[in-house]
Design a protein. Structure first.
Length: 93
């Protein structure tokens, strides 16, 4: 876990101090996309090889859908009240 925090901290420091610029930022975007796709692929392989997950996919999918919908509704409600509280009449413009 410490290695993850070190890597993230190093990335934040490089970004904050502007060490990577121009073409480096574009290359960074390509690398992020590539590694994210590889991670998602590897997760799919792991899920596909796990018989227990495959057998319970409908139950897990339903719970995930319900959780997502409730999270969206909760976020919208909280943002509505927070914006009314802090923005007042400005938020209605």
């Amino acid at each position: 876990m410490g290695k993850i925090f070190i890597a993230v901290g190093l990335g934040v420091a490089l970004g904050f101090f502007g060490v990577i610029r121009g073409r480096g930022l574009k290359w960074n975007g390509y690398m992020q996309t590539f590694w994210l796709m590889l991670l998602i692929f590897c997760m799919g392989v792991s899920i596909g090889r796990n018989k227990e997950v495959i057998d319970n996919l409908l139950i897990l999918g339903g719970r995930a859908l319900l959780f997502s919908i409730l999270a969206i509704i909760g976020s919208v409600v909280v943002i509505y009240f927070v914006s009314r509280l802090f923005l007042g009449k400005e938020g209605s413009k």
